[in-house]
Design a protein around this ligand. Sequence first.
Ligand code: DX5
Ligand code: ZN
Length: 219
Amino acid sequence: VPPPIIAPSILAADFSRLAEEARAVEGAADWLHVDVMDNHFVPNLTIGLPVVQSLIKTTTLPFDVHLMIEAPERWSIGYAEAGAYNVTFHVEATDDPVALAKSLRAAGSRAGLAIDRGTPVEPYLELLPHFDTLLIMTIKAGFGGQAFLPEMLDKVRTARRHASSGHLELRVEVDGGIAADTIEAAADAGADAFVAGTAVYGAADPAAAIRALRQAVSR
Ligand code: DX5
Ligand code: ZN
């Protein structure tokens, strides 16, 4: 089992000081989780490619881009070309997830598939060899600060079981409501990448909050 990934989400950071907020978690975080929302796929709007192209130059952290947008085939490659480590799009937003995964890998990025709260995982298990990351929402996508939904962990268990039996190298990432009191349950279910917005950037010391989360899942 590879060591766990802790990915603070800048959705909970101060958007007027993104570079400083990224720097505040360098050395503590594994990835920087960047939530891109278009006010169509989800009813919220954040940042897009120009901001990511600028921000990515200010930090050594690998970017974990989470696209909550319609027509991800139109935008994903731009994030890969900007240097994102991993680009994740939603299965609900595209008709040909495998083609997009292949283009992302060809463009030099890892490919991630996200499934929202209402979407089952079973129909997509056969696609997983084309992906490096499976992001399972543990809230409904769109906003930070929502309560963790433990019933989503059945999807994590199903995905992890499938990945293990198929010897897939797959990060199973959970996103939404991850904090000191929920991260262990997600890890027990088989998650090995953990997004945390409020629990990191809502803390007085974001780097210490990341260390505490890591401690909770280091076994
Ligand atoms: C919401 C985003 C999450 C968000 C999580 O749709 O995908 O990454 O930042 O925020 P918390 O950790 O506060 O639930
Ligand atoms: Zn996210």
